[in-house]
Design a protein around this ligand. Structure first.
Ligand code: HEC
Ligand code: HEC
Length: 307
């Protein structure tokens, strides 16, 4: 907040506080003045037919309540950050309150969680309490991206099958969650041209076990695949988990909308777009958000989804 806006806020807050004070003082005095100078205009203003309005001073209890409210506001403004940049005498911030709450929570649950650290993922995956805890953590930290239980969703790998980008053994899953992963598939449109993209797409589709629209392109696509793609996706197209490159020789896709087991033109369009445009796909790291035991439980839950 700049000096100007800070001063502006202070003026507005204090100004309205004093305005309230003035208004109440004025209203309580006016009432008693009116009783004295009861001229005819005022008398007529105060009666409508049979209805008569009598001015009486504000009842003292009400007045005290108003003054008490203003006093409370003044105390509050001096303790908490309400006046521009002034931090308040208690130096309260929402951030500090949050981290204190998290700290207390961690102290309370550290012992509960850490008992799981000594057990392996396959053991924990079979323990109903550990699995349930892992599932709750998953709902909190992962379901934004991976749905409620790691189901299929375009651009996010399915976690309920055994087709892994980065590997599905316990250490690999734990490393994925701890450090995050970045899958990079370069864009090939400019290198291969439209023709080259169509050819490699035909070959990739045939690898996956479909018959593409133009089978004549497969042979040329195979040559280009060996030249440009095998480096990451392996010569047989089965991928390489060290780089997170997917197995293309199956019907499981991450980025292609078609979930059909039978060939359809949407699938071919999706594969062409994938090759032409490439991807940078980020799985965030969690080491700074979760402790080791929580990550261990999450990994056990993910492991249980496919084992
Ligand atoms: C912001 C979205 C996002 C969040 C949040 C997220 N993930 Fe991911 N996750 C991804 C993406 C995207 C990938 C794929 C990365 C790639 O393409 O290489 C991925 C990949 C993975 C993989 C590797 C799958 C494979 O086939 O190797 C695992 C395991 C995983 N996530 C588990 C989790 C868990 C557990 C959490 C919660 C702690 C989580 N993710 C939170 C987006 C997310
Ligand atoms: C530098 C390594 C690299 C090269 C070279 C590469 N790819 Fe990829 N490719 C990847 C990675 C990594 C992914 C997964 C991206 C992600 O993490 O989401 C991928 C994804 C794909 C996909 C989408 C798969 C899916 O499941 O949705 C297709 C199709 C594909 N590549 C085809 C090709 C073809 C064809 C070539 C050659 C023209 C090629 N790739 C070259 C690394 C590479």
């Amino acid at each position: 907040m700049s000096e100007f806006w800070s001063l502006w806020v202070v003026l507005c807050v204090l100004g309205s506080l004093f305005a309230c004070l003035g208004l109440i003082a004025w209203a309580s005095r006016r009432a008693s003045d009116d009783l004295v100078e009861d001229n005819s205009l005022q008398a007529s203003l105060k009666s409508w037919g049979d209805v008569r309005a009598y001015d009486a001073p504000v009842p003292p209890e009400w007045l005290y309540l108003f003054y008490l409210g203003i006093f409370f506001a003044a105390v509050y403004f001096s303790l908490y950050p309400a006046l521009g940049k002034f931090p308040g005498a208690l130096l309260w911030t929402s951030e500090r309150q949050y981290s204190q709450a998290v700290g207390q929570y961690q102290i309370r649950y550290a012992a509960k969680y850490s008992q799981y650290l000594t057990r392996t993922l396959p053991e924990l995956a079979k323990d109903p309490v550990a699995r349930k805890t892992g599932q709750r953590l998953f709902m909190t930290y992962c379901s934004n991206c991976h749905q409620t239980a790691g189901q299929d969703r375009e651009h996010y790998p399915k976690l309920t099958d055994r087709d892994w980008l980065w590997g599905g053994n316990p250490d690999q899953i734990e490393a994925t969650i701890t450090n995050g992963r970045t899958g990079i598939m370069p864009a090939w449109g400019a290198v291969l041209g439209e023709q080259g993209v169509a050819e490699t797409a035909s070959y990739v589709i045939s690898l996956a076990g479909y018959v593409p629209t133009d089978p004549g392109k497969i042979a040329a696509g195979k040559e280009k695949f060996a030249l440009y793609c095998a480096f990451c996706h392996a010569a047989d197209g089965r991928g390489d988990q060290r780089q997170g490159s997917p197995n293309l020789a199956d019907k499981t896709w991450t980025h292609i909308a078609s979930r059909d087991v039978l060939y359809n033109p949407r699938l071919e369009a999706g594969v062409r777009a994938a090759i032409a445009n490439g991807f940078t796909n980020l799985m965030p790291s969690h080491w700074n958000m979760l402790d080791r035991a929580q990550i261990h439980l999450l990994a056990a839950y993910v492991y249980s989804l496919s084992n």
